[in-house]
Design a protein around this ligand. Structure first.
Ligand code: PMP
Length: 368
């Protein structure tokens, strides 16, 4: 039998929560209410579809291995040099590559208890030791279940190579601001790579939210990952990007697959970057619907955790498993949280108003 390396032996594959393919077959794509994967229900800018169509005549050609046109567009938008950008097949791939490059047997990787699941997966793949740090408590006044940045900084040891921090975080929806961010960065030794996973950054508009991008120039040990899967609505095309010091990006290039982002995906990403109006409209819809859904769930007596993303974490208590099963039976897919140790909660993606109403109708049948 194949003998996997030590880290891989103890590993379970990334669990997307449900067999969506089976549900789509059972309910039909148009009847299923898919609120389990934090996708953008409005889809990308229509320009993305045109850009993909335009690529159909060159499917027999390899794409630009460097994705330079997309990198240039990103560089212009973010005010960074092209040498600071690396593209990935989703930001998931980049999070994995970071561990592959910087961690390994005999090293530590630090992350928060309810941090994004890929942090643990990436760590384990390399055989590194995960130092999982307790999150802020559930009864915390402002950011229940949020990252405890003081505790994260305190968990760094001489063996630590990498710290993963998601801001905002999935599955909690929690976030932090400039002061906390700067204090944290000041405390982590500069030979430790700190990865800020900002998959939901475009959606975070709270005054007390701060991206780490402005800190990159001063701190060569910081990395930011972002994605086209969420705000830009291109989850199906799998494109993420990493921002960091040119030297770090150059080292990452060594492990990158040569054509990891395909041609239609590159073209679509360039197109969505050009359509700021669609992005703004879609962010606005999300903000409105998130508030509406939060209020509707709260009115029904459920605790909704604060969120600056396109999903909400909701406490359903002792009946969570029953509620989830009943939603599924009605064709409404939400995300169970048992794998995160939050078995009394469900994570619900903010849908369109129609989808949110269908979710609530299904929920009302269960709790009536
Ligand atoms: N980071 C976070 C916090 C996420 O929630 C996700 C998607 N669920 C990802 C990264 C990965 O997204 P993608 O690979 O589609 O870029």
């Amino acid at each position: 039998a194949a003998r996997a390396s030590r880290g891989i032996q103890g590993l379970r594959a990334y669990d997307p929560g449900h067999d969506l393919v089976a549900f789509r077959r059972r309910f039909g794509v148009d009847n299923l209410v898919e609120l389990g994967s934090n996708e953008n229900p409005y889809g990308p800018s229509p320009a993305a579809r045109m850009a993909v169509l335009d690529q159909l005549h060159s499917l027999h050609r390899y794409p630009d291995p460097l994705g330079l046109d997309l990198k240039r567009a990103l560089a212009a938008k973010l005010g960074l040099d092209v040498s600071r950008i690396l593209l990935g097949n989703g930001s998931h791939e980049l999070l994995m590559q970071l561990a592959q490059v910087f961690a390994g047997e005999g090293t530590d990787v630090v992350f928060s208890r309810y941090g994004f699941a890929v942090f643990a997966l990436a760590t384990q793949c390399t055989g590194a030791r995960a130092r999982v740090v307790d999150a802020l408590p559930r009864d915390h006044a402002t950011m229940p279940l949020g990252h405890d940045l003081d505790a994260l900084a305190a968990a760094v040891t001489p063996a630590t190579r990498l710290v993963y921090v998601a801001n905002p975080n999935n599955p909690t929806g929690t976030w932090f601001g400039r002061e906390a961010l700067e204090a944290f960065v000041a405390r982590v030794p500069d030979d430790v790579i700190v990865v800020f996973d900002e998959a939901y950054a475009e959606m975070a508009e709270a005054r007390d939210y701060a991206s780490a991008v402005p800190l990159l120039a001063r701190h060569p040990n910081l990395v930011v990952t972002r994605t086209f899967s969420k705000a830009y609505g291109l989850a199906g095309l799998r494109v993420g990007y990493l921002l960091g010091a040119p030297g770090l990006v150059a080292v990452m290039e060594r492990v990158r697959e040569s054509f990891n982002v395909n041609g239609p995906a590159l073209a679509a990403c360039e197109a969505v970057l050009d359509d700021a109006a669609h992005l703004q409209w879609s962010l606005e819809q999300n903000r409105i619907e998130r508030g509406w859904l939060r209020d509707a769930l709260a009115q029904r007596g459920f605790r909704v955790f604060p969120s600056q993303t396109n999903f909400v974490l909701v406490e359903f208590g002792a009946n969570t498993t029953l509620i989830e099963a009943a939603l599924i039976a009605q064709g409404v897919v939400v995300r169970p949280m048992g794998g995160y140790g939050l078995g009394d909660c469900l994570r619900i993606t903010v849908g369109t108003r129609d989808e949110n109403e269908r979710l609530l109708a299904a929920l009302d049948k269960v709790i009536a």
